[in-house]
Design a binder for this molecule. Structure first.
Ligand SMILES: NC(=O)c1ccc[n+]([C@@H]2O[C@H](COP(=O)([O-])OP(=O)(O)OC[C@H]3O[C@@H](n4cnc5c(N)ncnc54)[C@H](OP(=O)(O)O)[C@@H]3O)[C@@H](O)[C@H]2O)c1
Length: 345
């Protein structure tokens, strides 16, 4: 891990180009921001999609990335919850603000204090960073889109309320399983068999192989046997293949059905009239649902991590620090199985 105090950034110089590492100024936090000296950066599929499909790249050079963990070095005038020296993780808002100071792929990142959490002393930066988008996306899927009572609120879902999490080995799926469990739901999930033990340990009532031709039937049987009604679903994969399976599963249960999906529902895939479906919009974690962000990141996540109630997913560290981000992006573009790609800086 470098001891540099300069701010080095992995810049995307132009559309479709390879990342290049250059020095840029260390930013100063605005009133509601904290400056973090990053120690680990995690990649998300949206990072390579932004390059390949020109998403949220208004100007070049651009800086990608949203997930960091590190040490606070300065705080804005309104910030009382953090101070220099705090070990934190957080979700950087650059995809929304278009301000490169708010991007992850560099040594120093400005975070909204509302989207940061202190780390338990024993949790390494490289492991902690895997929780960022996993938790933010789960928060929005469950408590924004599906409207479930937030954990620790007085309202509780009715006993034996269940939820389907399709793709629980994914980073977002694993986060959703854990936050759903903490919200008092019984969780039914799919994942490849090599991830079943891990997904069970996160708190599922049943998990089946999504490649099995009887996956839906087997999960329905498990829920009925457990006496659980499952009218809610989070489709953490959201492909042409998964939407019909999720809908077929929900059709076997009572009451209004709702699916939170992570990618837009394609026009050519039928959406049954009796199923409400809503796209999870990740950028809401920074401003539109700051209430949820403050609740989960500022008030709950540190304790959950401390007690092991939320466990960050497995990580694979790519060598080379910021220079390794290009390699990691190329690997992620091909797809990963049950691991979060991370670089250390
Ligand atoms: N809308 C939003 O706000 C938002 C936020 C974050 C992510 N996303 C999007 O959500 C998707 C997931 O992101 P992520 O970071 O969680 O991905 P990820 O961790 O890279 O997902 C990889 C996992 O997907 C699983 N998978 C692939 N195909 C599957 C299928 N047909 N059924 C079940 N599981 C399957 C694999 O499971 P196995 O290893 O078990 O095979 C693999 O472990 C991406 O498309 C991403 O762009 C959207």
């Amino acid at each position: 891990m470098s001891q540099t105090t300069a701010n080095l950034a992995a810049l995307l110089p132009s559309a479709g180009a390879k990342l290049v590492v250059e020095e840029r100024p260390i930013p100063t936090p605005g009133p509601d921001e904290i400056l973090v000296r990053n120690h680990a950066i995690a990649l998300n599929p949206i990072d390579w999609k932004r390059i390949d499909f020109n998403i949220a790249l208004p100007t070049y050079p651009a800086i990608l990335g949203s997930d960091v963990s590190g040490v606070v070095t300065a705080v804005g005038s309104n910030v009382t919850a953090f101070q220099p020296g705090d070990r934190v993780l957080g979700s950087a808002a650059g995809m929304s603000t278009a301000n490169p100071d708010h991007a992850a792929y560099q040594t120093y990142t400005l975070l909204l204090a509302s989207a940061a959490a202190k780390l338990p002393a024993a949790l390494p930066f490289r492991d902690a960073v895997a929780a960022v988008t996993s938790v933010s996306t789960a928060t929005l899927a469950l408590f924004d889109v599906l409207g479930l009572p937030a954990p620790e609120s007085a309202a509780k879902p009715p006993t034996n309320t269940g939820i389907l999490v399709w793709g629980a080995a994914s980073a977002t799926g694993a986060g959703t399983v854990q936050l759903a469990r903490l919200a008092g739901l019984k969780v039914f999930a799919t994942a490849s068999p090599q991830h079943h033990d891990r997904v069970r340990a996160l708190g599922t009532t049943a998990v089946v192989d999504y490649r099995s031709p009887t996956a839906v039937e087997d999960l329905v049987a498990a829920a009925k046997e457990a006496g659980v009604n499952v009218a809610l679903a989070v489709d953490s994969i959201s492909t042409d293949d998964t939407f019909p399976l999720v809908v077929n599963f929900l059709a076997r249960f009572e009451g209004p059905k709702k699916v939170a999906h992570l990618l837009q529902w394609p026009e050519h895939v039928a959406k049954p009239a009796d199923v409400e479906a809503e796209w999870v919009q990740g950028f809401k974690i920074w401003v539109a649902r700051k209430d949820l962000s403050e609740l989960v990141f500022n008030r709950l996540l540190t304790g959950w991590l401390e007690k092991g109630e939320v466990v960050p997913g497995p990580v694979r560290v790519t060598d080379g620090g910021l220079s390794g981000l290009q390699t990691a992006l190329d690997v992620l573009r091909k797809g990963v199985s049950g691991e979060k790609l991370v670089v250390e800086v």
